[in-house]
Every structure is written in C-alpha cells, then in structure tokens.
Ligand binder design. Structure first.
Ligand code: GAP
Length: 513
C-alpha cells in the first residue's frame, strides 16, 4: 500500500485527522481520532511499562510544558536550535536547505532500489543483493554520488556554512518541487522554538517558550527526584509529553510535526561509565523495537558523524518509512553538559554524592528519545496491507487488514450478533459485550452483513471477532475469528476473555524483553 493510501486509510477509519480541517487544516499539525488515540495510548503504555516498571532504577515524572526562560538559554536552544531555511523566489515556498539536499539523495536511492528490484526478479533465489550493489557499475557510481553529497552536507551543517549550503543546492541543480524554478534566496538560520508572552512582564523578560524537548524538565528536576526516591546512580528518569518545534515541512504526514509527543529517558551515570551505558541502551532499545515484530531488515543504527557540542557519542535507530530510512529514535551520550549548564546559570548545585567513590560530581547522561508519533507511523506502515483471502463461496477477494501487534491494537475484540433483527441474538451479544468490556477494549457492532463487519474490524486491526449465532442460544458457545489466520473456532462464552487475553495481554510481551 502506498503512502497516500495509508494517509487516506488513517482518515477514513478514524486514526488521524488533519488539525482544524474545517478551516482547510493547519500544516504539520494532526489530531488523533478514536482508534488513533487508543493505538497511541497502547504504544505509550508499552514504552512506559518497559522503561519504568521493568527497571527498578528508573522512575517517571510529568513536568510542565512551560519552563523558566533561562532553561532554554542554559540548554543551548536559544542560541543554537536552528534550521537552515531557503525560499524559492518564484513559488514563495520555504524549505529546509538540508532536506532539499537529502531529497536529492533520496531520489538517487530510489533509482538504486528500482535496479535492485529488477535484478532480484531476474535472478530469483540466487540473487545476492550485497554483491549486486557492490559490483554493478551504475549502482556503485550512484552510491558514490550519495555518499559525496551527504559528506558535504554533514560538513556544511557542522560548520554552519549557510553560503556553502546555497552553493551546494545550486551545484546540484535542485529545483523547487512546486514551481520547478532554481531561483533561491540565501540560506538563513531560523530558530525552531515557539514563544509566547507572560501576562505580567513586558518585553524579552516575559518571553516564554513552548518546550522543544521534554528532556530539560528531567534535568532541572534531577535532584528533586534523586532525593525523594533515594535512587543511587546509575538511575534514570522517564517522561512522556508534548514538545513543539516550528518545523518547515511538506508531505511527511505525522513524521515531522509542529506539535508532537516524545518518550524520553535520561540515565544518570558516573563520569567515565557513559560508553558502557550507551552500548547497553543501544542494544536494549533495538530489542524493544524487535519485540513488537518489526523486522530487523526495516531497522538500522546510524552513527552520527558530526556530534552536537554536548555529545561524545550519538546514534539514531532508523526505520524504513515509505520515504526511506529515517530517524525513529535517538540515543545520545550527552556528557554532563545539561546539568553543568543549569548549575552554572541557576547558581544551584546539581551534584550527586557517590558513597562508593566518596566524592561529589555532576553525573553524565545517556538519553533515549523516541517520538511517539513516529513510532505510531512505523506500526501502521508495517501493519497496513492488502491481501487475497478466500471468500465464503470459495473464490478469492482482497481485504485491507491492519496486522498490528495484538498488544497495540486499538480494539481487542469485536462482538457481533449474526443478525441484527433477531432480538434473542442481539440481546445475547450485548450480554457478552457487557462481560468482556470490563477487561478488554471491545466493540459491539450489528450493522451490515457479517462479512462487511469482519472487514471493518480487519481495517482497524482488531485481533478477534466474536460472533453470536443460534447455536450460542443453545450451548453458550460463540465463533471466535482470528484476524491473521482467519481461523474460526467454537469457544465457550466464559472462556473468551482468557483466549483473547492470551494474545493481547502486555505482560507476555514485557516478559520477552
Ligand atoms: N532530547 C533529545 C531530542 O529531542 P531529537 O533527535 O531532536 O532529540 C528525538 O528528537 C525524537 O523525537 C526523534 O528521534 C523523533 O522520533 C522525535 N521528533 C523530533 N522532532 C519531531 C517532529 N517534528 N515531529 C515528530 N517527531 C519528532
């Protein structure tokens, strides 16, 4: 299924709507609908439980979105949280210069992929992709071009060389996707933070920022949390919450939004031990992604070549989105930069007395930071598919199915009376629904033929459908249909919850970590 179809599916089935759609929407801002909010909550719940509940030495907080303005001076966001922007003079559209250049490389990568797929078809089982990529002349040249451009881009971004970025756009003959013109303005730095104003203080003094990352709420609370929970280093603080960035984007759906949600964990460690923990969290986080059934081939590590000023190591876990491999989660070794900066600007000590070392120090920090919305996008990209299935009359038909991990599925079980106008069936079905709804997120549906109702549940990823028929009235059994295998079995009413929970209970998944 292509990206456009995925976006329409999300709207049609109540997962995601464009924000303020009645006013033609607001770019890069989205609302989660009834099924979207359930899926998103399940993602957050799985992350929270695996981080907090599964680690004795990790605790959670929920800090405010607004923070003292000095926070963002200390963190470096006021001075350095910028994107390089460029305008096309003909279309008047604004772009991120680095994204225009990355887009140029994505197009070359798409050509490589096309050649690889052609060869795969031609050579069948004997095809060795790695060998083909390293020996096919055209692919080798194209890959070299990508590598050269990305290296140049990395250097220009590191040096904040705006004139160099403009020159690279001109050299690569990049045209505006809207107007096709190559008439560009100079590239300028643009701060990504949204600001607002405190009511009682005029001017710069009263300027308040909407947090661009949740991490700073954790840093400034480091000692509050350590003292009140009596945690010993190494320990972590986890948080899920909204973050805001004035992103200039086009057509990437919920991948890059102006208002989004982060799931972050800051792990405080003794200086000198950060690389050990960086490795630990790199492996632990990859395992978490794999536990949900995301194939290893769709995930990869990407080490940062150019490190931010506060980091001594950083990598991304990338996922192969419909528009290529892109960052899903960041793992950063942030040294003692943030705590030291807050200590300096606030004049308050943010140190820890280590009884084992018998010394005070500012801890080092390894952070794991994942966007909840990007995680959502990986799961629906992975899950949504069209497949041929046998019909009741033995023929084949196509169904759209969201094969979400059952633990994440918005609705766990649909309860369906075989016929709508037989009161004894609808009453029995409503009784079953009332029993199940206590322990499972269920849905009762009596509208349309049973086949159509099954298809509706497939489209939102419901792992089980329970059908109440005339046999139910005789023997208290129902038909339980499995979304993936399509197998149907007779199950006693009192056993339904246990069978469904066997698949959808998060405890089992947590046990695999
Ligand atoms: N505290 C570290 C930090 O914020 P980041 O790489 O800027 O690091 C972390 O962001 C994660 O937040 C990213 O890996 C991504 O999943 C998510 N994210 C960042 N910007 C986003 C945006 N505009 N829309 C959606 N998700 C975003």
């Amino acid at each position: 299924m292509d990206f456009k179809q995925l976006i329409s599916h999300c709207k049609e089935y109540g997962f995601i709507f464009q924000s303020s759609e009645v006013y033609d929407g607001l770019a890069a801002v989205y609302d989660y609908g009834p099924y979207g909010v359930e899926l998103k909550n399940n993602i957050k719940n799985y992350w929270w439980k695996s981080m907090v509940q599964m680690h004795q030495n990790i605790v959670g907080i929920d800090a405010a979105i607004f923070m003292h303005p000095k926070t963002w001076k200390a963190s470096g966001h006021v001075d350095a949280f910028n994107d390089p922007l460029v305008d096309n003079k003909d279309s008047k559209k604004r772009y991120r210069a680095d994204q225009l250049i990355e887009g140029y490389c994505d197009k070359i990568e798409a050509k490589i992929k096309k050649d690889v797929e052609k060869a795969r078809k031609k050579f069948g089982d004997a095809f060795d992709e790695a060998q083909f990529r390293s020996t096919n002349g055209r692919i080798v040249d194209r890959q070299k071009k990508i590598d050269d451009v990305m290296t140049q881009l990395g250097n220009l971004m590191r040096d904040e060389d705006m004139a160099g970025l403009k020159q690279l756009i001109i050299d690569l003959e990049i045209a505006c996707p809207e107007s096709g013109s190559r008439d560009w303005t100079d590239v300028r730095q643009f701060n990504l933070m949204f600001s607002t104003q405190l009511g009682n203080i005029a001017g710069e003094e009263g300027k308040l920022y909407l947090r661009p990352e949740t991490a700073q709420g954790i840093f400034v609370n480091f000692l509050n949390v350590q003292k009140t929970t009596r945690q010993k280093i190494p320990f972590g603080i986890a948080q899920i919450g909204k973050a805001f960035r004035n992103e200039i984007v086009a057509r990437q759906f919920i991948f890059r939004m102006k208002e989004f949600e982060q799931m972050e964990m800051q792990f405080f460690v003794p200086p000198g031990e950060e690389m050990k923990w960086y490795q630990y969290w790199k492996e632990t986080r990859m395992k978490w992604h794999l536990s949900l059934g995301t194939p290893q081939s769709k995930l990869r590590f990407h080490d940062h070549d150019n490190l931010a000023h506060y980091a001594n190591a950083a990598l991304d876990i990338e996922y192969e989105f419909p528009f290529g491999f892109k960052e899903l989660e960041g793992i950063h070794s942030r040294t003692d930069f943030d705590l030291s900066s807050h200590q300096e600007l606030s004049g308050k000590k943010l140190q820890y007395f280590d009884p084992e070392r018998n010394e005070n120090y500012v801890p080092y920090v390894v952070e794991t930071s994942i966007g909840c919305d990007r995680m959502f996008l990986t799961q629906i990209t992975q899950a949504l598919q069209e497949e041929k299935v046998p019909d009741a009359d033995g023929k084949e038909s196509t169904r759209t199915v969201m094969k979400l991990h059952p633990v994440l599925a918005p609705v766990k079980c649909a309860v369906l009376p075989l016929l709508k106008n037989k009161e004894e069936l609808t009453k029995a079905a409503k009784d079953v629904y009332d029993k199940l709804k206590i322990s499972l997120n269920c849905q009762y549906d009596e509208k349309d033929a049973i086949g159509r109702r099954y298809r509706r549940q497939d489209a939102i990823g419901t792992p089980y459908c329970v059908t109440i028929d005339f046999d139910t009235l005789e023997d208290n059994t129902v038909t339980l249909r499995d979304r993936d295998s399509l197998q149907q079995e007779r199950v006693k009413i009192e056993d339904i919850a246990a069978v469904v929970n066997g698949k959808v209970d998060m405890a089992k998944l947590l046990g695999t970590l």
